[in-house]
Every structure is written in structure tokens, then in C-alpha cells.
Design a protein around this ligand. Structure first.
Ligand code: GLV
Ligand code: MN
Ligand code: MN
Length: 392
């Protein structure tokens, strides 16, 4: 180890600030898949990778990958560079930059390292997550999905996504550093934690079709108001989450068509995100919410269209790599499960995967107030460097 972790933490935080300026929307951070802002972030990260002595390439889905040679086997590290809408600056980016700092610091490793800056983990643009890491592990990509402007995923891909596939031969594992995005580490007074498992998630798009009409002339008992039906259903989604321990159910998107104050809503497009540590409980809750949507639609003379766009099972982290990470992170490091999804979910399909969480203030995430302490970032760089020096 040469450079002190505290200096590197200063650099990492300054780079997170710089990336936060690469946004689609002035005044707030939004960096969706395959946008000029994401390309600019990838260019910046690629430049820092080159400065760290890595060779850099962009794969077919737009992931940026820095590689340093070192031996016949390869360790993968990384996280994502895309963000949610009006995001914080650490979700994803911090993990890429901590990995890069640790690789730079740990000289002469007996294996090659690759740091991935994944192009899509959040799934904001096409409604389905993990396009970047999914392509790397050979998961089928939903090429016909369209974004809000009707642009097909197939039309924004650089080349055939099959070209992004990573050969699993010779991989030591995949390690991801990420902010916790919850309050557990802060409550435990711990800067770092080692992840035991990542919860599964089911995401769906749900459309209520009704009949648009004049707000001043169509009698109330003759209406088929798509928004009134969707609103009733959204209430049942929240209630389901509140009633069942461990269930998290969210409608995060709602668009109303045609969308005018004097027109009865003819169509509503909603998203549904369902999570639970137990796969069976998640799937059962999802089915109940679908049945409720159908009942509500029937009762109101609406037509329901339901499409499942993502369904991932809970993933257990690799015990050997996790133990090594825990030793590198210091005595009594907490172990905790992740309710948020991470690229490690996909990467675990081709390599043993482990994750290190960094405490974030108030557990706040997916919000511009996301923040991390300088010393905690230094601790993460230290732990990751120690891990790199121990893993074989
Ligand atoms: C990723 O941030 C997720 O939605 O869990
Ligand atoms: Mn993330
Ligand atoms: Mn996120």
C-alpha cells in the first residue's frame, strides 16, 4: 500500500461530485441508460481508469471496463454509473470509484483485475433493471421495450448485446462496494458492513384502460375513469405493504392520459415494485396485488393490462469471499441483508459475488440528500485494498 486511504477518499468524493455534474437535467442529477450524460460519465471514469494504468474498453451495452493485467485469473469489481431521477451522487458511482482507488493502491497483484462501471442498474429508462450486468452474464435483454419517447432498447444498443458477455472461465469472483441505502449501519455505529444476501424483486407495468370523456357532461354513474380505478388500487398496494411484515410494495410511476383537467382519464400507466426477503412471499404478494387490480378493473368496467418486466430471486452472497471481506473490514463488522438490488445479483450468475456496504447518513438514498462521511469512504478503500491483497 502506498497512497494513504484518506487522500484517496478525498479524490473519490471529488470524483463523485464531478460525476454529479454529468446529468440530463440542469439542477438535478438524472443519468439514465444510453443518454449523453451517461456516456460523459463513462468517459470520465474511463479517463481515471487510464490514469490508474488500466486499459479501458466499452462493451456492447455501454458498460465501461478498466483492466489491469496481473496473472491468469481475474477478479471483477464494480457497480453502476446510471442513476434514478433526481438522484443522490453516491448510489453506484461510489462503488466504481472506491474499487478503482483500491486497485490503484494495491500494486502487483498476482491476478488481473477488471473494474466495471455498469451502464444500467436502476432500470429507469426502460423500466427493467440490470441491463448492464445482465448483458455481461448473458441474461436475455428485453429488446422490444420502449422508453417514454417510444425509443426501442434494440435501437439504442451499440452492437449485438451478446458481445458484452463475459466468459466466466478463470474468474475469482465479483466484489461490489455500495452505500447501504438504509439505516442499519448508522444505528450500529459501524462505517462498513458485509452483505449476506440481496432480496429479490418483481417489477411490473400495469395499465388501466377506461374511457376518456367530457368532465362536464358525462354523468358520474356512466364513467369508466381509469385514474379513479388506479387510485383505488394504489391504496391497496400501500395497505398490503403495511399489513405484511417484510413486504415492500411501491407504485413509483403513474402517467394519466390524455391528461387534461377537463377530460376524464382514459388510461393510466403505473409501475409496481414488490420486494421481500423471501421469494415465495414476494411472489404471493405480487399475485394478490394483480388479483386486486383485476377485481377493481372489473367492478369499474376498465380493462387491465399487466406485464412483468423484472423478476429476480433473492441471492446469497458467497461465504468465502464474504468472510475475506469481513476480515478486511475489521473486527465485529456487521453482516446485513440488502433490500435494494445490486449488479451483484446478476454477476453472481457467472462468479462468486460479495458486497461491502458503506454507511450513509440517515439511510437516505434515491434522493439528492444522499451523503457519506469522508472517513467511511477511507475505511472502504482500506478494506477493499486489504481484500485485494488477500484474495487469491
Ligand atoms: C436499486 O436501486 C433498486 O431499485 O434496488
Ligand atoms: Mn445502486
Ligand atoms: Mn439505486
Amino acid at each position: 500500500m502506498t497512497m494513504p486511504a484518506t487522500d484517496l477518499a478525498t479524490t473519490v468524493l471529488a470524483r463523485c461530485d464531478e460525476l454529479a455534474g454529468l446529468t440530463e437535467e440542469p439542477g438535478r442529477l438524472t443519468r439514465r441508460y444510453a443518454t449523453p450524460a451517461l456516456r460523459a460519465a463513462g468517459d470520465a471514469v474511463g479517463g481515471w481508469m487510464r490514469e490508474a494504468g488500466m486499459t479501458v474498453r466499452r462493451d456492447a451495452v455501454g458498460n465501461v471496463i478498466g483492466r489491469r493485467e496481473g496473472g491468469p485469473r481475474t477478479l471483477l469489481l464494480g457497480s453502476h454509473l446510471d442513476t434514478v431521477v433526481d438522484a443522490g451522487r453516491y448510489d453506484g458511482a461510489l462503488g466504481v470509484l472506491v474499487a478503482l482507488a483500491a486497485v490503484e493502491r494495491a500494486a502487483d497483484l498476482p491476478y488481473a483485475v477488471e473494474v466495471y462501471g455498469f451502464a444500467d442498474e436502476e432500470g429507469v429508462r426502460f423500466g427493467t433493471a440490470y441491463l448492464g450486468s445482465g448483458a455481461v452474464v448473458g441474461a436475455p435483454l428485453p429488446l422490444e421495450r420502449v422508453d417514454a419517447d417510444g425509443v426501442r432498447l434494440a435501437d439504442v444498443l451499440r452492437t449485438d448485446p451478446v458481445d458484452a458477455r463475459r466468459d466466466p472461465a478463470g474468474l475469482i469472483g465479483y466484489v461490489e462496494v455500495h452505500i447501504e441505502q438504509g439505516p442499519a449501519l448508522e444505528e450500529a455505529g459501524a462505517p462498513l458492513g458485509v452483505v449476506t444476501a440481496i432480496a429479490g424483486q418483481t417489477r411490473s407495468t400495469v395499465a388501466f384502460h377506461g374511457r376518456a370523456g367530457h368532465a362536464g357532461t358525462v354523468p358520474m354513474d356512466l364513467r369508466h375513469d381509469a385514474l379513479a380505478g388506479a387510485a383505488e388500487w394504489v391504496g391497496t398496494v400501500e395497505a398490503a405493504g403495511a399489513e405484511e411484515a417484510g413486504l415492500l410494495a411501491t407504485v413509483g410511476e403513474l402517467t394519466v392520459e390524455p391528461g387534461a383537467s377537463n377530460v376524464i382519464p382514459g388510461r393510466v400507466n403505473a409501475s409496481l415494485d414488490v420486494r421481500h426477503a423471501e421469494d415465495r412471499a414476494r411472489r404471493a404478494a405480487n399475485e394478490r396485488l394483480r388479483a386486486r387490480a383485476e377485481e377493481i378493473a372489473d367492478a369499474r368496467g376498465l380493462r387491465l393490462q399487466w406485464q412483468t418486466v423484472l423478476d429476480t430471486v433473492a441471492v446469497a452472497c458467497d461465504p468465502t469471499l464474504s468472510d475475506l471481506l469481513a476480515r478486511a473490514a475489521g473486527p465485529d463488522v456487521p453482516r446485513l441483508a440488502s433490500g435494494a438490488g445490486h449488479d451483484a445479483v446478476m454477476m453472481s450468475r457467472i462468479a462468486p459475488a460479495a458486497m461491502l456496504f458503506v454507511r450513509c447518513a440517515g439511510g437516505i438514498s434515491h434522493h439528492p440528500a444522499e451523503s457519506v462521511a469522508h472517513d467511511d469512504v477511507a475505511a472502504a478503500i482500506d478494506a477493499t485494498t486489504r481484500f485485494l491483497e488477500e484474495v487469491r
